[in-house]
Design a protein around this ligand. Structure first.
Ligand SMILES: NC(=O)c1ccc[n+]([C@@H]2O[C@H](COP(=O)([O-])OP(=O)(O)OC[C@H]3O[C@@H](n4cnc5c(N)ncnc54)[C@H](O)[C@@H]3O)[C@@H](O)[C@H]2O)c1
Ligand SMILES: [Zn+2]
Length: 371
């Protein structure tokens, strides 16, 4: 059976690139990568979960076009986004004699994409890189838009750079080996796009998401295409987040507070926090009279139908009280000059950025959600 192939263009002048989305792209990787190379050699960085599963397919796909591949395998997991592995990656790339004209490949989820993208940004003051995202989250979100970073003990993603990839290859075939939990966490970011800017996408997801979660390839390609197109549109308008790009943080101020409250542990994955955060953002918007009361119910009903974490009670273990969660929200990056910017909504697909939100209302929503 042949599947559709989709291309999304990210138009950023001389930093423009294509996102190729399809099924079985690894096998044909050289078709996409070759035109970008000055010599037939790439340096690939992956993690120890993705490598054993998919690196052979990538190696074969590159070799078919005469491209040689060296690789570095890092431990999987968020803790890898740190100085130690950044250093290890950069030094390995130098050992591999990667030069300004060469191409570095990030082959993994958002952790590998963020770390390797940052390594490419600082190596020799910037070498080009290709994102080959392997998690749903990375295919719809982290591989697109050029934000790269590692974490600090002071917080997530605090050390990084804007560095756009030269190409993104999203092969939905590799999503087949994700755990259901990782797949659904990535789906949290997919829902976010519908909720923040496109009611028609949310309508489509309400009908089609059960199929795509069950493995429907055509629908997976469509969901990745739609998400990437929305992200590309926003990034084209606001590459470095002076304004509109903040819309992509719908659900994230709550989500980041919950991630911090659970110690960035297995208790709550990033995409799970985003999904719960979206439900909370709609609840606050409804209480402020910005959107109808039916909207938060519809959001929660969809998340529940997908078997996702939806409410604070779905997080295992104890959570801090509303005041403590509010304090954690205040530590989020989206604070400018002491004011917390919220992403609120006038309805499904109609999010906007505002600092004008009564903290008492936010607190009352949290108190009720914790009760
Ligand atoms: N740069 C951005 O714009 C941006 C946007 C959103 C998120 N992020 C970052 O992305 C990270 C989260 O990304 P993630 O959820 O992909 O995390 P991840 O990279 O840790 O991947 C999640 C898990 O899935 C595994 N995995 C990946 N692909 C697989 C596959 N095909 N088969 C089996 N297992 C596979 C990984 O080894 C890991 O254990 C966070 O660090 C977050 O800050 C960045
Ligand atoms: Zn996110």
């Amino acid at each position: 059976m042949t599947h559709p192939h989709e291309t999304v263009r990210v138009a950023l002048g001389d930093r423009s690139y294509r996102i190729e989305i399809g099924h079985g792209l690894l096998i044909n990787a050289s078709d996409w990568v070759s035109p970008l190379l000055s010599r037939p050699r790439v340096a690939v960085v992956t993690d120890d979960t993705v490598g054993p599963l998919h690196l052979d397919a990538l190696r074969d796909g590159l070799a078919a076009g005469g491209i040689e591949m060296a690789h570095l395998t890092l431990p999987s997991g968020e803790a890898t986004k740190c100085w130690r592995y950044l250093t290890e990656t950069v030094e390995w790339l130098l050992e591999q004699k990667v030069e300004r004209g060469d191409m570095v490949v990030a082959f993994g989820g958002g952790v590998i994409g963020d770390l390797v993208g940052f390594a490419a940004a600082i190596l020799r003051r910037g070498v080009r890189f290709v994102q080959i995202p392997t998690s749903l989250l990375a295919q719809v979100d982290s591989s697109v838009g050029g934000k790269t970073a590692i974490n600090s003990p002071h917080g997530k993603n605090l050390i990084g750079a804007f560095h756009q990839p030269s190409l993104v290859l999203a092969d939905v075939a590799v999503l087949g080996t994700l755990t259901e939990r990782d797949f659904l966490a990535g789906y949290g970011e997919v829902v976010k796009y519908g909720l923040l800017g496109d009611a028609a996408f949310f309508d489509w997801l309400e009908i089609n998401a059960p199929d795509l979660a069950a493995g429907d390839i055509t629908k997976r390609i469509e969901a990745v295409r739609w998400s990437c197109q929305m992200k590309a549109d926003i990034v084209e308008r606001d590459e470095t987040e002076q304004g509109d790009r903040a819309l992509l943080n719908l659900g994230h101020t709550f989500g980041h507070a919950l991630e911090a409250a659970t110690g960035y542990s297995d208790r709550l994955l990033h995409g799970e926090g985003v999904a719960i955060g979206c439900a909370l953002a709609f609840e606050v918007s409804s209480r402020l009279g910005l959107c109808s009361q039916e909207d938060p119910s519809r959001v929660r009903a969809h998340l529940k139908a997908m078997g996702m974490k939806t409410d604070l009670h779905d997080i295992a273990g104890d959570l801090p009280d509303a005041d403590a969660l509010m304090a954690l929200m205040g530590q989020d990056k989206k604070v400018t000059q002491g004011t917390l910017n919220y992403i609120m909504t006038r309805g499904i697909g109609e999010a906007y950025v505002t600092s004008n939100v009564d903290p008492k209302v936010v607190k009352s929503v949290l108190v009720d959600a914790l009760a």
